[in-house]
Design a protein around this ligand. Structure first.
Ligand SMILES: Cc1cc2nc3c(=O)[nH]c(=O)nc-3n(C[C@H](O)[C@H](O)[C@H](O)COP(=O)(O)OP(=O)(O)OC[C@H]3O[C@@H](n4cnc5c(N)ncnc54)[C@H](O)[C@@H]3O)c2cc1C
Length: 231
């Protein structure tokens, strides 16, 4: 049996290598989307021609989203708990995750490579500051992660159950979950999370997902690139 904390073959590392997102599986192609849009004609094509590319872009442009739902992706995501919380707000994904009621092995904790400053004007925002001397603070974060883990292990050693002991683990604990989503809802996720309004860490994952799926949806990517987006 493989270790779920090991990234799948097709993955992109994020957060300085501490996190990753991998593509586990996918269903459908751009041709599937076009076929779904033309299903009423009762004809199926396997290759995309120029007309199909135009139709695909028309569907996106005009928010005719249901044909896009016929293409589906499954990702494995290794991220800090606080990013998982943001991710799981996207209700149109299906999720499954390692249970800390079952296992205490392979625990990892995130330590930011660089601390950002709190923005004053926007309570949700932060900004990079090269002059921020954060080395001692980041060491305190790493120490705190380890102290939390030590307490967790002590609780288990003393006979406490895993489902209660896990309450002392920090938000920096890395979790691994699977997420499956159709292309329409994935594009919505990417719009919200590859955005300067989103937290830097989840934005890293959104950018990585674009890299993973671009080979499967080259004309969709081209459409967004033509609108000035980076893919
Ligand atoms: C920059 C940013 C800041 C945020 N800050 C906060 C915050 O401070 N506090 C907070 O609580 N959340 C916050 N969120 C989360 C946000 O409110 C959404 O929950 C999250 O972005 C998921 O978006 P969604 O509902 O569109 O996605 P999904 O849940 O994937 O839904 C996709 C679409 O399906 C439809 N849909 C899904 N469920 C329903 C439903 N029950 N009824 C009707 N239509 C539905 C909607 O059209 C929806 O847009 C933030 C998100 C972002 C991107």
């Amino acid at each position: 049996m493989e270790n779920l904390n090991v990234p799948p073959a097709n993955h992109v590392k994020v957060l300085g290598g501490q996190g990753w997102v991998g593509l586990i599986d996918h269903l459908g192609t751009e041709a599937t989307i076009v076929n779904a849009a033309r299903v009423s004609f009762g004809k199926i094509k396997n290759e995309m021609d120029d007309k199909d590319v135009k139709l695909l872009q028309y569907l996106i442009e005009n928010k005719h989203t249901s044909p896009l739902e016929h293409m589906v992706f499954t990702f494995s995501i290794h991220c800090p708990l606080f990013i998982r919380g943001q991710w799981h707000r996207h209700r149109t994904w299906s999720y499954n995750e390692i249970s800390r009621r079952y296992t205490e092995i392979n625990m990892e904790f995130y330590t930011p490579e660089k601390l950002r400053r709190q923005a004053e004007s926007n309570h949700q925002a932060s900004f990079a500051d090269e002059t921020f001397e954060d080395e001692a603070l980041r060491k305190m974060i790493a120490d705190h992660n380890q102290q939390s883990f030590a307490l967790y292990e002590k609780l288990l050693a003393e006979g406490a159950c895993r489902e209660q002991a896990r309450g002392v683990l920090p938000q920096n604990m890395m979790v691994t979950f699977w997420g499956t989503v159709d292309l329409s809802n994935l594009l919505h996720f990417l719009e919200l999370r590859d955005s300067d309004h989103a937290q830097w860490e989840i934005k890293e994952y959104a950018i990585a997902i674009k890299k993973l799926i671009k080979p499967y949806i080259p004309n969709v990517a081209k459409y967004f690139e033509s609108k000035g987006q980076t893919w």
